[in-house]
Design a binder for this molecule. Structure first.
Ligand code: ADP
Ligand code: MG
Length: 214
């Protein structure tokens, strides 16, 4: 492709947070916002996003899966590698935007913070699999555990992670906040104990900034 025809790389947005933080709720708002701005966007999720990834997702979330700490992290990154190769990189290269419900920060938070896999190990896998690929914007939906638990109560059968005790989820939340503090340029931390409308006004501002960025 000649430089005159070169397509501008798309934008990569990830949604993160403990279960019940509001990621799915705000995904549809983001979808509408991007459609209103005529942005060609792909919506995907992790674990998952490809046929292989969805099989790995089933394994990771099934309450009866027996898996070691490192195997869990490796499965997450195996699915991620496929996701990048098959979906994420092609979309960004074609100038499309891509929004993923969870990405690598989830591995740091759940397998790292929650389970205790050393961050350096996760970082080694991240470098291997992503080779520098990072989201342009990560929306971290942050709220106290008890509020999230209350919002989720009675909604559905809990998966293998949702079944974990409160201290696990507290470590997940703390790990997310540490990552956000370390990378303030990429993260937007949204206080998700507020009303949906208030949070969405914030999200719109972040999308607008990303949209205008040259
Ligand atoms: P996640 O995808 O992060 O697990 P969800 O988007 O499924 O979270 O939200 C969990 C529940 O909380 C849903 O029932 C949703 O309607 C509700 N919810 C999400 N955000 C808010 C909010 N700001 N205020 C009140 N309820 C909310
Ligand atoms: Mg969700």
């Amino acid at each position: 492709m000649s430089s005159a025809q070169q397509v501008r790389r798309g934008r990569f947005i990830t949604l993160e947070g403990i279960d019940g933080a509001g990621k799915s709720t705000h995904l549809s708002f983001i979808r509408d916002w991007l459609a209103r701005h005529d942005v060609d966007a792909v919506f995907t999720r992790e674990p998952g996003g490809t046929p292989l990834g969805e099989k790995i997702r089933e394994l990771l979330l099934a309450p009866d899966t027996r898996v070691s700490l490192d195997a869990e992290a490796l499965l997450a990154f195996a699915g991620r590698q496929q996701h990048i190769a098959e979906v994420i990189a092609p979309a960004l290269d074609a100038g499309r935007w891509l929004v993923s419900d969870r990405f690598t920060d989830s591995t740091y938070a759940f397998q790292g913070g929650g389970r205790g896999v050393p961050f350096e190990r996760i970082r080694a896998l991240e470098e291997w699999v992503q080779r520098g690929l990072q989201p342009d914007l990560t929306l971290l939906f942050d709220l106290p555990l008890d509020v999230a638990a209350q919002r989720m109560s009675g909604t559905r059968v809990l998966d293998r992670f949702e079944q974990e005790a409160a201290d696990f989820h507290q470590r997940v939340r703390d790990a997310y906040l540490r990552r956000a503090a370390a990378e303030p340029g990429r993260f937007a931390v949204l206080d998700s104990s507020r009303s949906i409308e208030t949070i969405q006004a914030d999200i719109a501002n972040h999308l607008q900034t990303l949209w205008e960025r040259g």
